[in-house]
Design a binder for this molecule. Structure first.
Ligand code: KG4
Ligand code: ZN
Length: 333
């Protein structure tokens, strides 16, 4: 079954064609980083306008590189939330209109469920059940995943998301936005042992996170060492990154042990972090776990993961209605 995926929840306009929820026929991601960079963060109205400009060409490119026409599509999956409402509306309205015109089934998809599915796009998809850490710019959560559309939240951040902490510390160091990739590159040149920042493990047997104390500690360190700041930048970045990685790796492995799962997955934009990937692979394998991490192209926002989720709903006939709307936040239960 061939599904077109559409993703416009934040600052990436993405479209992808995926067969049977696993085989990627094409995946196109148009980043808006250049536009938001100078403002130090995503400007919602600019994001919506850029999505509006890009949505048709990006979709056409996805179909062309998959070498298929509209008539081959058997369903459409689109991000419904959480995200920026104005940005979501562009993709959501476009998908609705396209589905109506083509007379194909369509389904609004939860962006976080999309990230969880990014791990099925690689060569080594995990068997169910598995424990997954989703670390992105908006979320840091651990899930127990028991089926393609069934998962339970085991814990989440109480304040900042891991990616948000990377972005904020990057700003403090004057590295700009988005921070994750550039901060981790600098960290690679520093010594992670030289500056010890605090790790918030909270209750060891619970899977909640907190990164605001770490962020404050980095800020205070920078204030105190203003004079020789330049010499210490790489060590600050490395020390900060190590503190985040320590907590993420420890909590994920411990959650797998508690849930008696042999398979663990790391997904979301922060999963692109090289140090985190290495440490998790090493420590997870050492503990006898099978570690699943998507390739770099599918850690950040993309539409292939949205098509991968949509496939399961469309196949079940669990579809969206033309009157359905987007949502900015996850509904709390
Ligand atoms: O999943 P994603 O693309 O978008 C959201 O759904 O939020 O995640 C973006 C986040 C940003 O906070 C970015 O700084 C972070 O992922 N990120 C990284 C790296 N690459 C991206 N964080 C740490 N190390 C990286 N290499
Ligand atoms: Zn995301």
């Amino acid at each position: 079954m061939i599904i077109l995926g559409i993703e416009t929840s934040c600052d990436e306009t993405a479209a992808a064609v995926v067969a049977d929820g696993r085989r990627i026929l094409s995946s196109v991601v148009a980043s808006q980083v250049d536009i938001h960079h100078r403002y130090g963060g995503v400007v919602p109205e600019l994001a919506s306008r850029k999505h509006l400009e890009s949505i048709v060409p990006v979709t056409m490119e996805a179909l062309e590189s998959a070498h298929i026409g509209f008539n081959r599509l058997e369903g459409i999956a689109v991000t419904q939330g959480p995200g920026l409402v104005g940005a979501l509306l562009v993709g959501f309205s476009f998908a609705k209109g396209l589905a109506r015109m083509l007379r194909v089934p369509w389904r609004g998809v939860n962006h976080l469920e999309g990230h969880l599915h990014s791990v099925f796009l690689g060569d080594k998809p995990p068997p169910f059940p598995f424990v997954a850490l989703l670390a992105s710019g908006g979320h840091t959560s651990i899930y127990h995943v028991t089926g393609p559309t069934s998962f339970e939240l085991l814990g989440q951040t109480r304040d900042d998301a891991a990616g948000e902490a990377f972005d904020k510390v990057s700003k403090m160091l004057g590295l700009g936005y988005p921070g994750g990739a550039v901060l981790s590159r600098l960290a690679g040149q520093g010594n992670p042992e030289r500056i010890k920042f605090p790790r918030a493990y909270l209750d060891r047997d619970r899977f909640d996170f907190s990164f605001s104390g770490l962020k404050t500690a980095v800020n205070q360190y920078i204030q105190r060492h203003g004079d020789d700041f330049d010499d210490r930048m790489a060590d600050i970045a490395a020390g900060f990154q190590e503190a985040v990685v320590d907590v993420l790796v420890e909590k994920l492995i411990h959650a797998a042990e508690m849930a008696a799962c042999r398979d663990i997955a790391l997904v979301g934009g922060v999963a692109a972090n090289e140090r985190l990937r290495k440490r998790l692979l090493w420590e997870g394998t050492h503990k006898g776990l099978s570690v699943h991490i998507p390739s770099l192209d599918f850690c950040g926002d993309n539409a292939a993961m949205i098509a991968a989720v949509g496939y399961h709903y469309v196949r079940k006939g669990d579809l969206s209605e033309m009157t359905d709307d987007v949502y900015s936040r996850l509904k709390r239960s």
